[in-house]
Design a protein. Structure first.
Length: 72
């Protein structure tokens, strides 16, 4: 299950700066975006936290009885 403020991978709509390493993110490149705090991360900095979030969300779905642990 996904929610409005879940982080997601998107295409940058404008040039910005990575919230962790301060590198320049150019318009049109893939980024990880956290809507709850409105932060953007480059692919290098955002991948691990994003995957950790998705794993925790999948665990919660299984515990709630709405997810299937055997299907991707």
């Amino acid at each position: 299950m996904t929610y409005k403020n879940d982080p997601r991978r998107i295409t940058a709509k404008f040039t910005s700066i990575c919230s962790k390493c301060s590198c320049t993110i150019k318009k049109g490149t893939q980024i990880y975006y956290w809507p709850s705090d409105r932060k953007a991360y480059c692919l290098n900095c955002g991948e691990v936290p994003y995957l950790q979030f998705r794993s925790a969300a999948a665990d919660e779905d299984v515990y709630a009885g709405t997810g299937n642990p055997y299907c991707g």
